[in-house]
Design a protein. Sequence first.
Length: 178
Amino acid sequence: MALKPTIYKAKIALSDVNRNYYDTLNLTIARHPSETLERMMVRVMVYCINAHQDLIFTKGISSPEEPDLWIRSMDDNLELWIDVGEPAVERMKKASHIARQVKVYCFNSKADVWWRQNEAAFTGLAVSVSQFPWEEINPLAALVERTMDLSVTITGDSAYIATGQGECEVNWSVLQER
């Protein structure tokens, strides 16, 4: 019998000063058995950074043909494709042909090596790439509970996260903007 995902609930008081976007998000996050807490929380951060009424988590790891998050239009066009991790260049090339906007958020300890090896290939693609420092993701993952109340304030390329468990700051850098 296959293992089932673990379900997490997050109530997020989001203040995105960059976009003048303020909302209370009630997210249900399915964590695949092979997904780490760090990756799951990066998905949550990416959701907050790109928050939009039509943004949804997809099946992600469970469905290799889908991104981690996306926005589909009313006529089912793919408006935004977001991958978390270090995807293959071919995958991003395909995504850039089917989605109006494509973003990648890398975060692993090997992200620097992945970017050095793939930067030239990404230069010709209409894909935005950002990187979270691995050492800032670990404290974020330490805040995880099955039911979470988070306060997330985004300003510049930084997010301040506060919970009953503690607080941390997560920064990111833009490696390629499209």
